[in-house]
Design a binder for this molecule. Structure first.
Ligand SMILES: CC(C)(COP(=O)(O)OP(=O)(O)OC[C@H]1O[C@@H](n2cnc3c(N)ncnc32)[C@H](O)[C@@H]1OP(=O)(O)O)[C@@H](O)C(=O)NCCC(=O)NCCS
Length: 147
């Protein structure tokens, strides 16, 4: 079946947030409590989505942290849909949109043991720019120049 991609920006209705929360739970095993809050409050919030037969199967959400800096906060692919290039396509689309909107850098943070995401970041042009402790875990910080 075909995977369809879409981008939602700035305005997120309740049904959309509920569908994202449900997928987030399937991906992370627990709800992301502040998903709706961040989408509703952070500047230039965006979600790139992948759907198959009308069902949401993957997403990538982020928001601006400066005039030219964007933070790619959270994303995931439903376990049944992995290793099909969906995360890679979400990243390409997110970065293309950020360039159109005039952002110069995109940043992200990945738990140090998450090798699939670390590999995907490196393959898509991110460079490691630091480490941080967050909620008892070590995270690798990445930055990519969109120019
Ligand atoms: C990480 C994740 C988003 C990858 O999604 P995906 O659609 O399966 O990834 P893709 O098929 O697009 O693969 C892109 C690249 O990621 C890397 N990758 C993905 N899965 C991998 C795995 N199991 N082992 C090693 N590398 C992997 C590879 O570099 C891959 O490129 P390649 O296929 O050319 O080797 C997915 O595994 C996931 O949702 N994980 C749980 C949630 C999560 O960790 N989110 C990120 C933190 S917010």
């Amino acid at each position: 079946m075909t995977v369809d991609y879409s981008l939602t920006v700035d305005s997120f209705d309740e049904r959309f947030v509920a569908a994202l929360a449900q997928l987030g739970e399937a991906v992370f095993g627990a709800p992301k409590a502040d998903l709706g809050w961040r989408l509703g409050h952070m500047p230039s919030a965006s979600v790139v989505c992948a759907s198959e037969a009308g069902r949401l199967v993957a997403f990538k959400a982020g928001y601006a942290v400066g005039r030219s800096r964007y933070y790619s906060w959270l994303g995931g692919v439903h376990p049944h849909f992995r290793r099909r290039g969906i995360a890679a396509e979400l990243m390409r689309r997110q970065h293309a949109w950020l360039r159109e909107r005039g952002f110069e850098t995109v940043e992200t943070a990945t738990n140090q043991g998450n090798l699939p995401m670390i590999r995907a970041n490196l393959e898509h042009g991110f460079m490691v720019c630091g480490l941080r402790h967050k909620s008892g875990r070590m995270q690798v910080l990445f930055s990519k120049d969109l120019g």
